[in-house]
Design a protein around this ligand. Structure first.
Ligand code: CDP
Ligand code: MG
Length: 729
């Protein structure tokens, strides 16, 4: 057994996720020291006005039941009838009829997202238009559309119910209810700022305050007003969310009415750790095994962590440890859940564990509110979340792992009490909880606004004049406009219109820097190469890095490695993959060439799904290029063209070697180092451009290409001059 743990140790240490020894149980305190379990429903985080009750003891019918009775539509209908929104149906419809804007608040799992659009459709309140329902995450948009299509008895998605997410549109002229990511509805607004296709727009998960939802608030509010003024068909707006600060929303939407759905939450016993645990992953794992030993096998466990890598690493640890004969408790089925996961894999979390096994779901904050999983009785909350943050001061757009807000911590806790009394283990102390922000800071106040600014310009709005619910800091808006100016999308930071390059840039569903790269590619004769690189960067990593086989993976891919860096390595890998079978997408790969590809991917530690996704994205991007009359071209082995072309969009993301493997960004002179996952790790190229910054204990650069400083003078002379860029060498 010891040897096994050593093995685990080794793997984990290589991943920087360490368990030093067999995890020992943590010590927890119950929140109320008098040993009476903490009742979630009594918590003061819940706005007073929200009506909630926990006295319905009949558990909501579960998706598990639904799967067992897959072919009996009656059972789905029965399940629908048991949802809390069902009994409110008529009252809700009446309110929706009466009010042009309405806020609907209800516990996660009460049926808002799946049922309310169906109620509206059944009552034909959308008249001769469609119902749009936005979701912050593609995972949620897709899985919910599939569920609702089933509930409506459709043979497949894309008929009455459809979905649109980036690079994927599964809807038709017959579609009445369309689930979209908020980003996609915003793109539709760019094409038609009155959103005439829709008569009802539901902005769901509003409490998450994603940047796109925040912008949509203003866009739909304006569209509704303009449609009314012009006597066009009216637009109804519904704002839906889990428990939130309703007053703030209501005030913004002209003091509109809010309605609260009575949820069916059960008490949750909350525990805190006695001491802080910096290695929260190890703490989650050991807490899980404590639960596994003690709890009945049919009580499933949900663990909240921060990102895909971490989720996979912890899932891997649990799988390994569960095979240990010394581990007590039932056999374990481990599922993972994160935003960019392929749908099929994601759907597995909804399936019940085989008899006598326990299911554990290791998830990012996706499971917080946007998807509902039945059977969860235990929640383990790491207390951490990965968010994107832009710092105008450092000029860096970063992914940061940071503590969640108290609101989020209660959302996570609530996942344990959906069907009956549950337990939540918080991997933080009561004191740490007290120091958390009360609510989550809206993304718009901490993000790089260039994408938003360019989309608003396409709508004819200058972001400085936009009616934001919570306006971002002015310096962030100005930084965004400066970035757009440097990219050539606008003439000056006060411009209210886009240049012709800017107009082309908004055609791509990409960050303006990447759109710029694709537009420059024609001049550098490397359109084919840039399409590939940008497509590979648009999804999750095409490389597989199983924690236990890190070194094998690196050596298997060695032949694609490039001294120029990670982007060229992506290019090399994709090129070789495409040579196997040209023009294959995931839709038609179930054939012999599919097998061939699968073997090749296994051999080279390439993620088949992600590389197929990249090739679909590539096809779509190349269609946009075609529409923009950008002919295909290739620079062959002249890789300098590719490196220069990357620089046309990423000249603001350049770092120079400072000393001892330390780099310094040219823009705001921030100290950074190369991330260990980069192919350039361990080398010290003089200058690099980067696509991502990750901050953990240090600030890391990820996704690198070596460049020559002199190219910057050719490619971005204005930037060098106006931003006073100095070079070390
Ligand atoms: O939006 P809200 O959180 O209020 O609930 P919902 O997403 O409409 O989910 C209502 C119920 O539908 C959940 O309790 C699940 O049991 C079920 N559901 C499902 O089984 N599969 C899905 N993909 C989505 C929902
Ligand atoms: Mg929902």
């Amino acid at each position: 057994m010891d040897s096994k743990y050593n093995l685990i140790n080794k793997n984990i240490q290589m991943q920087k996720f360490q368990i030093k020894r067999k995890p020992s149980p943590l010590r927890f305190e119950n929140k109320n020291d008098n040993h009476s379990p903490k009742r979630l429903v009594n918590e003061n985080h819940i706005p007073k006005s929200v009506v909630m009750s926990n006295n319905h003891n009949s558990p909501t019918s579960s998706f598990n039941d639904f799967l067992k009775n897959k072919n009996k539509t009656t059972s789905i209908q029965e399940q629908r009838r048991k949802l809390p929104v069902f009994e409110k149906r008529n009252k809700l419809l009446e309110l929706i009829r009466q009010h042009s804007t309405l806020i609907i608040v209800g516990e996660t799992g009460s049926g808002k997202t799946t049922q309310i659009p169906q109620f509206i459709n059944a009552a034909r309140l959308q008249n001769n238009g469609r119902i749009a329902v936005t979701q912050p995450r593609r995972v949620a948009a897709i899985s919910i559309a599939m569920r609702v299509a089933q509930e409506m008895g459709d043979a497949e998605v894309g008929e009455n119910v459809g979905y649109t997410v980036r690079f994927e549109d599964v809807s038709s002229v017959r579609t009445k209810i369309k689930y979209l990511t908020d980003g996609m509805l915003l793109r539709e607004a760019v094409a038609d700022n009155l959103l005439m296709d829709y008569t009802v727009v539901i902005l769901d998960e509003a409490h998450e305050r994603t940047i796109h939802t925040d912008v949509l608030f203003g866009v739909v509010k304006q569209a509704q007003k303009t449609r009314e003024e012009k006597k066009l068909k009216p637009l109804k707006i519904l704002i839906m969310s889990a428990t939130m600060d309703v007053d703030h929303f209501s005030e913004y939407f002209n003091n509109c009415q809010a309605v609260y759905l009575e949820g069916r939450t059960h008490p949750v016993n909350v525990f805190y750790t006695l001491i802080p645990h910096e290695d929260y992953q190890a703490a989650c794992v050991s807490t899980f095994f404590k639960i596994n030993k003690e709890a009945p096998h049919n009580h499933d466990v949900l663990i909240f962590l921060t990102g895909q890598e971490e989720v996979e690493a912890v899932a891997h640890q649990i799988r390994l440890l569960s095979r240990d004969p010394d581990v007590e408790g039932p056999a374990i089925k481990v599922c993972t859940l994160y935003a960019a996961q392929p749908t099929t894999q994601q759907m597995a979390v909804f399936q019940p564990a085989p008899a006598s096994m326990r299911k554990v779901i290791v998830s990012t904050n996706v499971a917080e509110t946007s998807v509902t999983i039945s059977g969860i009785r235990y929640v383990i909350d790491s207390g951490m979340v990965k968010t994107r943050s832009y710092h105008p001061a450092t000029g860096l757009d970063m992914l940061i792992v940071q503590p969640i807000s108290q609101e989020q911590s209660w959302q996570r806790t609530g996942r344990a009490g959906r069907e009956s009394e549950g337990y939540c283990y918080r991997i933080y102390t009561r004191k740490q909880y007290d120091s958390m922000n009360k609510s989550t800071v809206p993304e718009i106040q901490r993000a790089n606004l260039a994408t938003v600014a360019i989309q608003l310009l396409a709508l004819g709005i200058h972001a400085v004049n936009f009616d934001f619910m919570d306006a971002p800091p002015k310096e962030a808006i100005l930084a965004a406009f400066e970035q757009l100016r440097l990219l050539g999308a606008i003439e000056s930071i006060n411009s209210k219109t886009l240049t012709s390059i800017g107009k082309k840039m908004v055609q791509f569903p990409l960050d303006p820097r990447f759109s710029k790269i694709l537009l420059s590619a024609q001049a550098y004769g490397c359109v084919d190469e840039m399409l590939t690189i940008v497509a590979c960067l648009s999804g999750e990593s095409i490389f597989l890095n199983p924690p236990s086989k890190r070194e094998q993976a690196i050596s298997a891919r060695q032949k694609f490695a490039s001294p120029y860096g990670d982007h060229i390595m992506l290019l090399n890998t994709f090129k070789e993959f495409s040579r196997l079978t040209p023009n294959t997408t995931s839709r038609d790969f179930k054939n012999t060439s599919g097998n061939h590809q699968r073997m090749w991917c296994l051999e080279h530690y390439v993620n088949l799904r992600n590389i197929l996704y990249a090739s679909e994205v590539r096809t779509q991007l190349s269609e946009i290029c075609e529409r923009l009359k950008i002919p295909s071209s290739s620079c062959g082995d002249d890789i300098d063209q590719v490196r220069k072309c990357l620089l046309t969009g990423l000249f603001m993301n350049v770092a120079e070697l400072h000393k001892d493997r330390q780099y310094i960004t040219l823009d705001k002179r921030q100290l950074v180092i190369i991330h260990p996952s980069s192919v350039l790790y361990g080398q010290q190229p003089a200058s690099v451009l980067f696509t991502e910054v990750v901050q953990t204990s240090k600030c890391y650069l990820r996704g690198l290409t070596t460049i020559e400083n002199k190219w910057l003078h050719e490619i971005a002379p204005d930037y060098i001059q106006s931003h006073n860029i100095r070079f070390n060498r």
